[in-house]
Design a protein around this ligand. Structure first.
Ligand code: NAP
Length: 292
């Protein structure tokens, strides 16, 4: 029998995309929401406050998954700093609920914990899975704790990533923000000294599925082969949507007054991913060409 997938955070940016990606491949999938109700028979409201509450949520919906993808998180970096209790709950305490639930099952259940490139401070060099982490803000710190809880189960897979693609009515993405600003004629400044290697959500979902099929375990960086700085990225998106890229303003992050510290250049080395899948990862431009 094919595996049953549960996507926690099906009302979020990535979780919602992943739900439909799997459903379109005829993979059995159900997904959850919390405050943003998603209409559809394969979505249900979940309670992750305790092991018992989570178990009841699954029983009420008659679903016993083989694979759990956890995309639930507090992703607002400023909010993580101002409400550390909520960041702790969503970014690592719920992961403990999941690992406890999995430990109580009589069958193998695979956990995929989504994490972030922000577990590093970003000193300009591509960092590897084995490098010592050094987050600069509470988002990164609480996500790192989530990774460690997930890795308490030997079979877990932790995917550190950064992504873009079309968002939802109630949750916009970085590329939605760029497109809307361009349409409204608002000036956009792109930082030349902040690099990253994000993937389009479609490519990310492809990699997640393949990693699960190959029973990958431990930490994997799931990003693009090449990296770009934020200025280049915004220009590439503008060009893709036929806007004049010369309107994008070149800036630098140093000296900017930010409420919360942000990492500088965050390039994840994807050598481990490429070696495991025996192929070169997608480039950023491959993902941009998928934007609709
Ligand atoms: N967005 C990025 O660019 C980015 C970059 C790197 C890594 N990541 C990581 O990728 C993963 C997915 O990020 P995302 O941006 O797709 O997340 P998101 O859009 O912010 O979605 C978060 C999800 O968590 C759910 N949630 C919030 N409170 C909950 C609660 N009390 N109980 C149950 N569910 C709750 C939300 O449900 P409701 O909306 O229904 O309340 C939503 O489905 C995260 O692990 C994030 O750290 C994201």
């Amino acid at each position: 029998m094919s595996k049953r997938w549960l996507v926690l955070g099906g009302s979020g940016l990535l979780g919602n995309f992943l739900h439909y990606y799997l459903a379109n491949l005829n993979i059995s999938v159900k997904s959850t929401y919390s405050s943003n109700r998603v209409v559809g028979r394969d979505f249900f409201q979940v309670n992750l406050a305790s092991l018992k509450a989570f178990d009841i949520s699954l029983r009420e919906n008659d679903f016993c998954p083989d694979v759990i993808v956890n995309t639930v998180a507090l992703t607002d970096v400023d909010k993580c700093e101002s409400d550390k209790g909520l960041a702790d709950f969503l970014n690592h305490e719920v992961v403990k609920v999941l690992t406890d639930w999995i430990s109580h099952q009589n069958k193998k259940v695979k956990l995929i914990q989504l994490s972030t490139d922000q577990v590093q401070k970003g000193d300009g060099y591509p960092f590897s899975e084995g490098d010592r982490e050094d987050p600069v803000n509470y988002y990164g710190k609480s996500k790192l704790q989530g990774e460690r809880v997930a890795l308490g189960l030997e079979e877990s897979l932790v995917c550190r990533t950064n992504f873009f693609g079309k968002g939802l009515e109630w949750r916009s993405s970085i590329t939605d923000w760029i497109l809307n600003s361009l349409k409204e004629g608002q000036p956009i400044t792109g930082f030349e000294d902040v690099e990253f290697n994000p993937l389009h959500m479609k490519h990310l979902c492809e990699y997640l599925l393949r990693l699960v099929e190959l029973d990958a375990r431990g930490i994997f960086h799931v990003g693009s082969h090449d990296n770009v700085n934020k200025y280049e990225f915004i220009r590439m998106v503008a060009q893709h949507y036929n806007f004049d890229p010369s309107t994008i303003i070149q800036g630098v992050s140093t000296g900017q007054k930010l409420r919360v510290a942000r990492p500088m250049s965050l390039t994840m080395s994807v050598e481990k991913l490429e070696g495991f899948l025996c192929e070169k990862a997608k480039n950023v431009s491959d993902g941009i060409s998928l934007l609709t």
